[in-house]
Design a binder for this molecule. Structure first.
Ligand code: F6P
Length: 321
């Protein structure tokens, strides 16, 4: 059987490890594997290469994706999807494995509706995909943010400054919450708790003053990009506290770097499981991890259902801050 793999949407550390696992497991199952370049763009334009075990060697420790990726909005067009179906048929590809986030799973489900067999593999630093406890790349991004928080604490403390550190996550606060807890942030601004509300600014201002009374010379506030405008909050805090407030936007640094051991393990397990399910003729599902076990979820649920914010973790972070 011929199987194809692609990476789509925002890249995340561990995508290469997932491609490697798909190729090596599918090869071990006696299948031929193709890779489409730049996600759905390459699929629609028929740009592919045959992959083998040798081609995926020495990529397990590399960030990014050697197949490259794209945010290919044209793929919502039925005609473009039909071009993809034709390209898959002309190569006799019987099963496609899509590694990516929510939007990529939606694209995968559209292809299933057109008769293509597709298995999804969740990969996004945002960790906002329904159907898995962990998406590939989340752990590496957390480690990056935690390392940056330590560096910022040093300089914040030396200058007696307040730092607002904006992290990625789109509408999800998972990076802010988990990295904030692991990195010992003093306050968290998460989506759903608009930081611009006057009472929240009052809360943060009171916290800052309390910290100075306790002899602490800095305050680190972690700010999810979906929580509003970090700049506006900085302005409001400058006005209420009269102190120096700086904003650091970590940006795409969070998407790069060699994947953590955990991301490599997750990517290897999920990629291999996806290849085995393709071998079994399964389709229209995404693989994932639930309570440490390999699970599957119907593709449609992965982008229509929402991941609930972890209130337990938020309460814990508040107690420990
Ligand atoms: O989905 C991953 C992510 O990094 C989000 O956290 C962020 O909002 C977005 O992608 C940025 O996308 P782009 O790199 O296309 O600007």
């Amino acid at each position: 059987m011929k199987i194809a793999v692609l990476t789509s949407g925002g890249d995340s550390p561990g995508m290469n490890a997932a491609i490697r696992a798909v190729v090596r497991q599918a090869t071990a199952n006696n299948h031929i594997v193709f890779g489409f370049v730049e996600g759905y763009r390459g699929l629609a334009d028929g740009e592919s290469l045959e992959l083998n075990n040798r081609l995926v060697s020495e990529i397990i420790d590399r960030g990014g994706t050697f197949l490259r990726t794209s945010r290919y909005m044209d793929f919502i067009d039925h005609q473009v999807q039909m071009k993809a179906v034709t390209n898959l048929k002309s190569l006799d590809i019987e099963s496609l494995i899509v590694i990516g986030g929510e939007g990529s799973m939606a694209g995968a489900h559209s292809l299933c509706n057109l008769g293509v067999r597709v298995i999804g593999v969740p990969a996004s630093i945002d960790n906002d995909i329904y159907g898995t406890d962990y998406a590939i790349g989340f752990d590496t991004a957390l480690n990056t943010v935690v390392a940056m928080l330590s560096k910022l604490r040093d300089t914040a403390s030396a200058h007696e400054r307040i730092f607002i550190v904006e992290v990625m996550g789109r509408r999800s606060g998972a990076i802010a919450l988990n990295a904030g807890l692991a990195g010992g942030a003093d306050y968290m601004c998460l989506p759903g708790t608009p930081a611009t509300e006057p009472n929240q600014i009052d809360q943060i201002s009171a916290l800052i003053e309390r910290r100075y009374e306790l002899g602490k010379t800095h305050t680190l506030i972690i700010f999810a990009e979906g929580a509003g405008s970090a700049g506006e909050v900085a302005g409001a805090l400058r006005a209420t506290t009269g102190r120096e407030v700086r904003v650091t936007v970590l940006g795409h640094i969070q998407r790069g770097g060699s994947p953590s051991a955990l991301d490599r393990l997750i990517a290897s397990r999920l990629g291999s499981y996806a290849a085995d399910l393709a071998d079994d003729g399964k389709s229209d599902i995404m693989v994932g991890l639930g309570g440490g076990q390999l699970i599957t979820t119907p593709l449609e649920e992965t982008f229509t259902k929402k991941v609930n914010a972890d209130n337990g973790l938020y309460k814990l972070a508040k107690v420990l801050a």
